[in-house]
Design a protein around this ligand. Structure first.
Ligand code: DOR
Length: 444
């Protein structure tokens, strides 16, 4: 059989005999956008060769939490710039959040995002529907969209002021949905009651004292008990406290959860003193005790997914005095190099990172043909150089916001080549093809 491309000489991360991910030296043959051959050596006579000695081939990495701001907030980001930033960062597919302007609360608004994405996205894409607990017929219609991963709710106010804070409404949403409900868990009542802390010390260091542990723990407990009552499954986003990790470990059958690289890489109070509002996000960066617990959850297997929560705002917006400054910062381009640097520091195995950003998103959300290097799978790959070492610079950031709070860090381990649908689309930070992304499909 002739092949369209052969990736030769690399170490790949793929399922081993007991389906656990392993590192293996293997050649990969691609035909018609699919993985067609996996062999210890594939003859170069069969097709064009990409020499990849010394590199690691990962399944195309999937970021299940980004905010690309389109429609309505495109001065911060749009699908083109957001997906370009993703691609440069070694991400081949994203799930995007519904807190745009207007928020995505109807099927037509959801479909509009897919229409707007056509021929503009540099990676594959999927959009969550959102709910404010108003029109339940629309909720069911959005949930049935074949290219959507499901429904997301915010229990605490964040960007967009788009909120469901009452148990009665959350209960109705759970009753009207059948897929895993995706949740931002911060308790709005607790947040409102603690706002006085900002008046006492209007500095970003107040952010994690205002949005304290209790606000996160309480919301997670509330949504867990509602899910139990309704026999529904959850995916809880960006977990930040040691206590929630313990609770969620006891409730694995009901809820999966996500951890972000920024909660692993930054800690309070240092990050607020050094970065000011650039470190402001929801739920907030907390202190070392929580960071240690999150690392433990990454290593012991209890966390399922890593997302970036890429939430860009312009520098001008971020430079407003706290608390007028908006919460959130970019991350879709920096997640892979940050985490590869941790791999190089011996803090986690590369296979576990791939599990968090490819294998588990695939399984949890039942993404079709992505997230795993196997015969018949789509030929999307993130090829990384674990030995490359360089400084992370703002000038590398492709997001409209043009900065990263991690600027100046020396990182070892970088994405080098990205393959999408069997074609090399990015190599050595050069975009080689026009936008080739397609809507993701799901096995529901
Ligand atoms: O800090 C945040 N910013 N947290 C969120 O949940 C939303 C995000 C945004 O959209 O800006």
């Amino acid at each position: 059989m002739s092949l369209d491309l052969i990736i030769k000489g690399a170490t790949a991360i793929l399922p081993g005999p007991d389906s656990k991910l392993v590192e293996q030296s293997i050649d990969i043959g691609i035909s018609k956008g699919k993985i067609a051959e996996l062999n210890s050596t594939i003859s170069s006579a069969k097709g064009p060769v990409l020499q990849a000695q010394g590199l690691h081939v990962l399944p195309g990495l999937i970021d299940t939490q980004v905010h690309f701001r389109e429609p309505g907030l495109t001065h911060k980001e749009d699908f083109e710039t957001g997906s370009k930033s993703a691609l440069f960062g070694g991400i081949t597919a994203y799930f995007e959040m519904p807190n745009t302007k207007p928020p995505v609360t109807t099927y037509d608004l959801l479909q509009q995002k897919y229409d707007l994405s056509k021929n503009r996205c540099h990676t594959h894409f999927a959009y969550y529907g959102g709910s404010i607990g108003a029109d339940f017929d629309q909720l069911s219609k959005m949930e049935a969209h074949p290219n959507s991963p499901g429904i997301k709710v915010f229990m605490g106010t964040s960007t967009g002021g788009y909120l469901v804070d009452q148990d009665e409404i959350l209960d109705l949403i759970l009753k009207r949905t059948s897929r895993r409900l995706v949740v931002h868990a911060e308790d709005e009542t607790t947040l409102q009651a603690r706002k006085y802390l900002i008046d006492e010390d209007p500095h970003p260091r107040s952010h994690y004292k205002w949005r304290n542990e209790e606000s996160a723990i309480k919301a997670t407990q509330r949504i867990l008990s509602l899910a139990k009552k309704n026999n529904r499954k959850l995916h809880i986003l960006h977990i930040t406290t040691a206590e929630e990790v313990e609770i969620l470990k006891q409730n694995k059958d009901i809820a999966s959860f996500e951890i972000l690289p920024q909660h692993l890489a930054l800690a309070a109070p240092e990050c607020y003193e050094r970065l000011g509002t650039l470190a402001q996000m929801n739920p907030p960066i907390r202190d070392k005790r929580h960071q240690d617990a999150l690392w433990k959850a990454v290593l012991d297997g209890s966390v399922s997914v890593m997302g970036s929560d890429h939430a860009p705002h312009t520098l001008l917006e971020k430079q407003k005095p706290y608390p007028e400054s908006p919460s959130g910062f970019p991350g879709v381009q920096t997640t892979v190099p940050l985490m590869l640097n941790f791999v190089n520091q011996g803090k986690l195995p590369l296979t576990r990172f791939v599990e968090l950003m490819a294998e588990n998103p695939k399984k949890l959300f039942q993404i079709k043909n992505k997230g795993r290097i196997e015969i018949g799978g789509d030929a999307d790959f993130t090829i990384v150089d674990m030995n490359e070492e360089r400084i992370l610079e703002n000038s590398w950031i492709q997001s409209k916001c043009g900065y990263t709070p991690f600027a100046g860090m020396k990182l070892k381990g970088w994405p080098r080549i990205v393959i999408l649908n069997g074609e090399i689309v990015l190599q050595e930070n050069e975009l080689l093809k026009p936008s080739k992304g397609q809507a993701l499909e799901f096995n529901f």
